[in-house]
Write a protein that binds this ligand. Structure first.
Ligand code: ZN
Length: 246
């Protein structure tokens, strides 16, 4: 399998939950509000023998009237129409920002016209119940009542090789994925395994729904991953998009 990180850039985020672009050369973390976190926003493309998968969709920022995510894919030789599956860990705005594209006066349509979108049914309901500032309901509207959207119920397997499990620690209906092909396992833990250093150090994060559970899950995944030689994808890691035990 081939993994392509498609980063939207580095940002800081604080209590306001606003993502502020951060340039390592010209910005300084000490100038940002105390407690600001430095995060990458980094969806992943995985090319398997059956699919072009996209894991989460980023903030959905646009550049020159075009989704930055679409440009990033095209820069990697992938047309957005070639994506066959979009796997969504959860619907927080920094993971689901580009599920749709706004069309002048016509509302939004899904941004990957030939892809099946996989999301937990309870997560979609929860997003609309909670709304701003963690979720942007208007951007998620296009996931409702679409034939392209597959609402998952709990744990399961897609096409015999993509395994999903509701982990529910970062947010109550958060899910994680294992993609298994040719004796290779890629693990995507979304916001429950967001950065390499979080896997190595035990701590409870304030931003998690159930911080203790997230900590315990990270430890379990890291141990099993080492034994079974998984490749981890780190959505928010500024320096290490992936980590492999191989
Ligand atoms: Zn989140």
């Amino acid at each position: 399998m081939k993994i392509i990180p498609v980063s939207e850039g580095t940002f800081t985020i604080d209590k306001t939950k606003l993502f502020v672009p951060y340039n390592e050369d010209t910005h300084h973390l000490k100038d940002r509000t105390a407690g600001s976190l430095l995060v990458e926003i980094q969806p992943f493309v995985i090319i398997t023998s059956k699919d072009i998968l996209l894991l989460d969709t980023g903030l959905g920022f646009e550049k020159n009237g075009q989704l930055q995510l679409h440009q990033n894919l095209m820069d990697n030789g992938i047309n957005p129409s070639e994506v066959t599956k979009v796997l969504l860990s959860h619907l927080h705005k920094d993971h689901a920002g580009a599920v749709g594209i706004e069309r002048e006066g016509l509302g939004a349509r899904l941004s990957f016209p030939n892809a099946a979108y996989y999301v937990q049914r309870t997560e979609l309901a929860f997003a609309f119940q909670k709304g701003f500032p963690s979720f942007i309901s208007e951007e998620l509207e296009c996931l409702k009542n679409s034939e392209q959207v597959i609402l998952l119920e709990g744990n399961g397997v897609i096409d015999d090789y993509i395994y999903y499990e509701v982990s529910g620690a970062h947010s109550p209906h958060h899910q994680v994925f294992w993609i298994k092909e040719d004796n290779e396992t890629i693990f995507y833990g979304g916001d429950e395994a967001p950065q390499l250093h979080q896997m190595k150090h035990r701590f409870i994060a304030k931003y998690d729904f159930d911080g203790k559970k997230a900590m315990e899950l990270r430890q379990q995944w890291w141990e099993t991953g080492e034994k079974e030689k998984w490749t981890f994808l780190f959505y928010h890691d500024v320096k290490h998009p992936t980590w492999s035990f191989k």
